[in-house]
Write a protein that binds this ligand. Structure first.
Ligand code: AMP
Ligand code: MG
Length: 339
């Protein structure tokens, strides 16, 4: 039995400015920052006129990410998300902050659109699989059934007018692990933009957000993770988010079966379909959550989700080796600069 530990490495090929097109652009220098946030390495790359401007902007972005972690973490028992979980079954409506509201509302919308494949209430089942990884042993059928009773997006009620939420059953546990980093990327980029930094990209644990491209270029050049492929697709992206979900680095393997850290909320079992989803969307919150949903749904879930989210492009791979099947959305190929 083995247990994966390191996150998948997304290669981002960032080229230095070449052939700058204006005096203003030629005055920009490239700066890179790295800081641990949300249990991930958040890497900021930006173009600024000088180091002080770059440093101030990056610090403000990291401050915003830390603020969001304090709201959205399911590891921190004092986060707003955890406190809402602790109120489950009390019959009480709890007021929620604007940030938590945006995440809950987007998550519930995707839960509906994905027929429950994406589920913010999946926490009890996720915890079982975290324990399975630590103990290198499958959860018992009894525990799987017990935890599944605590899961279900219809047990999370939202009241938009009052900006409040209620968890209907007892012992429910919200988990924003599949959506929070995407939202944090959106918000961190917005902070940079408010500081006058438009040419920036941020990378966090396999998810990325891109603002305007580096000076003199049309986009940020990114190599997509495609394990086992003989060549990698290279994309050029600007003002878009890219998220990758799958079992590349977080899984437990027992008796030759790999169980992903992504759980099918409808069965309570870690995915065994070997799915990998790359999603490109206008916003990180959409890309992050949809990549997770598409791993659960597989290629057959693609068409209904694209109908609901028409600005999304994606590529899903299921299976490995000769049996692998790759499905892409209709506009995906237009993003590929080097097939
Ligand atoms: P990601 O790496 O974005 O695919 O997110 C995976 C994380 O989201 C897991 O580690 C869990 O914390 C949580 N999660 C697992 N399965 C689901 C699911 N079906 N819906 C929503 N969140 C999930
Ligand atoms: Mg995700």
């Amino acid at each position: 039995m083995t247990c994966g530990t390191s996150r998948a490495t997304l290669f981002c090929l960032l080229f230095a400015a070449a052939g700058c097109t204006s005096t203003h652009q030629s005055q920009l220098r490239r700066f890179e920052f790295s800081q641990a946030q949300m249990g991930l390495d958040f890497r900021v790359t930006l173009y600024a006129p000088d180091e002080a401007t770059a440093q101030t902007a990056a610090t403000a972005a990291y401050t915003r990410i830390a603020e969001l972690n304090a709201i959205l973490s399911d590891y921190d028992p004092d986060s707003e998300l955890s406190r809402l979980s602790q109120s489950s079954g009390s019959g009480e409506w709890r007021p929620v902050s604007p940030d938590l509201w945006r995440v809950l509302a987007a998550g519930q919308e995707l839960a509906r659109q994905s027929a429950g494949a994406f589920d913010l209430t999946v926490g009890p089942s996720v915890n079982l699989w975290r324990r399975a990884r630590r103990q290198q042993a499958l959860p018992t059928p009894d525990l799987l059934a017990e935890m599944r009773l605590r899961v279900g997006h219809t047990n999370l009620l939202l009241d938009a007018a009052g900006r409040r939420a209620q968890l209907v059953r007892t012992h429910m546990r919200l988990d924003a692990g599949a959506i929070a980093k995407g939202y944090a990327l959106d918000e961190a980029l917005a902070v940079l933009q408010r500081q006058g930094i438009d040419r920036a990209m941020i990378h966090a644990g396999g998810d990325m957000i891109f603002g305007d491209p580096p000076p003199g270029r049309d986009g940020w050049t990114v190599e997509l993770p495609q394990p086992g492929a003989t060549h990698q697709n290279v994309l050029s992206l600007a003002n878009r988010a890219l998220a990758t979900s799958g079992d590349l680095s977080q899984f437990v393997e027992i008796d030759g079966v790999r169980y992903s850290h992504i759980v099918d909320p409808r069965t309570g079992v870690g995915l065994t379909n070997r799915a990998l989803a790359n999603v490109i969307a206008p916003r990180g919150i959409t890309a992050d959550s949809m990549a997770t949903a598409l791993c659960v749904l597989g290629p057959q879930g693609l068409a209904p989700l694209l109908a609901a989210y028409p600005k999304v492009q994606c590529q899903i791979t299921v299976g490995i080796g000769d049996g692998a099947r790759i499905v892409t959305s209709p506009g995906f190929d237009r993003l590929v600069v080097q097939p």
